[in-house]
Design a protein around this ligand. Structure first.
Ligand code: SF4
Length: 501
């Protein structure tokens, strides 16, 4: 589906990409089911919780240095302000920036506003925010409440923009709209593409946009070797920086779950080439990523030299890590594309990935290129993942499945999931700074942490010995997917049966 910047609301992932949050089977089965157009959402008859797009929009918008986010909703919808306040400070420290708070406020809709409308409160909040913060732009993220009562946020934003003279950007990210919470990333980038990015004035051949979170700056070291500078988006950028995204030589992303919409939008609107090669993690992925960048900027020879020297540099350490990890098994739980990245890293270190619980699946990305399929990259290069579960963080499924699979190690990118592996007595690595695993050195960084964890498992054993799971034997003895539409039968098997019919 073409990205349509004429409309104020982003098309949700389910409609745009056919994304799902329910599947159980194998990684290869998921790829094949999606390729033959038979992939469909498997509903759950029981759900432990649900995520919300607001948080994903906030995580990109609230760390823009000179903008303010107004969360137009009840105060409870701003619960993630504190978390992003924390990661903002950690990220600023890692990037050697001045440490300051995020600029985010709530319009604090109350019961009476749901009857009389929240427009007046929003207008008042915009004025106060402008006076208090003097921002270069204001982003207004919506909520279920503002959506249900029908506040015309776009009209209010447009009117205020004319009065105040700075971009005031409506971000439609009501939680009820999409069960794929990463739609919130797309909503944030839709607003940035519509209202912030300007046509290029001067092309910058040495700048590459890197769509990322708040992790440390690990890209500069290698990119500078081929004459490039990373322009990290969107945390810690400025409104002016964002307005010039159209001037870069190319756009890359630390993971396609995050950057699919913005990268494709910049290519569609301004012809900025998107790096579609697999993500830059592990040897195979990093080789492909740099080779594509080399082609885009016309520096293939320099890229080959970089690849050769980096591989030679890390070879002895990589060999040592691979020997120490040979025969180990791993389980992965993370967002979709980052889950594929962790699977890549483990497999390249000789850790066989025998299961995964990823939070959604995009059968295709916004660039429409089938070769950009990151799960297929894993299957083609490292083989199948036998126990592959798509689950929007339903811990009851994850705990049950991992208890049956019992890998040597579990790796997660989300803190809330790490505790479950530890309580099961499975060494669990929380790998939250994804940038640390970028490139050739990243594989070594990651491998060292895995070895460290496996060789120091006393803490995990102690925790497991002294903790009790909230799940009873009644649940733990059942098929982990008993509440999925398939009732524990692998989704791909059912869909194969339907095709045969
Ligand atoms: S927007 Fe909706 S789903 Fe999101 S936090 Fe608010 S009430 Fe919950």
């Amino acid at each position: 589906m073409k990205i349509n910047l004429e409309v104020p609301e982003v098309a949700i992932r389910e409609k745009r990409l056919g994304s799902i949050t329910g599947f159980c089977g194998t990684a290869e089965g998921l790829v094949k089911t999606a390729r033959c157009g038979k992939l469909k959402e498997e509903n759950r008859s029981f759900s432990q919780w649900a995520g919300c797009s607001v948080g994903k929009a906030l995580c990109q918008l609230s760390m823009i240095q000179d903008a303010v986010v107004i969360q137009h909703g009840p105060i409870g919808c701003s619960g993630e302000f504190s978390m992003f306040g924390f990661v903002n400070k950690v990220g600023q420290k890692q990037r050697n920036l001045t440490v300051k708070n995020i600029n985010a406020v709530s319009s604090n809709l109350e019961e009476k506003d749901t009857i009389y409308g929240g427009g007046a409160k929003l207008r008042k909040t915009i004025k106060e925010v402008f006076q208090e913060f003097n921002p270069k732009a204001i982003f207004i993220t919506t909520s279920c409440a503002s959506g249900i009562i029908g506040d015309d946020v776009e009209a209010i934003a447009d009117k205020a923009e004319k009065e105040i003279g700075i971009p005031i950007v409506y971000i439609s990210c009501e939680g009820f709209k999409s069960r794929v919470w990463t739609t919130g990333f797309d909503a944030a980038f839709h607003g940035i593409l519509r209202k912030i990015v300007k046509p290029p004035v001067e092309k910058k051949k040495n700048v590459i946009n890197i769509i990322s979170f708040w992790g440390s700056d690990e890209f500069s070291y290698l990119l500078r070797k081929i004459g490039l500078e990373p322009n990290y988006i969107a945390p810690f950028s400025t409104v002016e920086q964002l307005s010039k995204l159209s001037e870069a030589a190319a756009t890359a992303q630390i993971c396609s779950t995050l950057g699919t919409y913005l990268a494709a939008g910049l290519q569609q609107e301004y012809g900025i080439p998107e790096v579609k090669a697999s993500q830059p993690y592990g040897i195979t992925g990093t080789d492909a990523w740099f080779r594509e960048i080399g082609k885009i900027i016309g520096k293939e020879q320099e890229v080959e030299e970089l690849i050769k020297s980096e591989k030679e540099r890390i070879a002895p350490k990589l060999e040592e890590l691979r020997n120490r990890l040979k025969g180990k098994t791993g389980y992965v739980t993370a967002g979709a594309a980052y889950g594929h990245i962790i699977s890549t890293l483990l497999n390249e270190l000789n850790v066989k990935v025998i299961g995964a619980c990823v939070y959604h699946h995009d059968p295709v990305y916004d660039n429409g290129d089938i070769d950009a399929d990151t799960l297929n990259f894993v299957v083609e290069n490292y083989g199948d993942i036998p126990n592959y579960d798509v689950s929007n963080k339903q811990s009851f499924e994850f705990v049950n499945a991992m208890n049956k699979i019992r890998p040597d190690i579990c790796v997660t990118r989300h803190p809330g999931m790490a505790i479950w592996g530890i309580r099961l007595g499975i060494p669990t690595l929380l790998w939250a700074n994804e940038n640390l695993s970028f490139g050739y050195q990243g594989l070594i960084n990651f491998g060292e942490r895995v070895v460290d964890l496996l060789e120091n498992d006393e803490f995990v054993k102690n925790i497991a010995e002294h903790s009790e799971l909230p799940y009873t034997d009644w649940w733990m003895n059942q098929n982990p997917y008993s509440f999925l539409g398939t009732k524990g039968k692998k989704t791909e098997e059912l869909q194969r049966e339907k095709v045969a019919e």
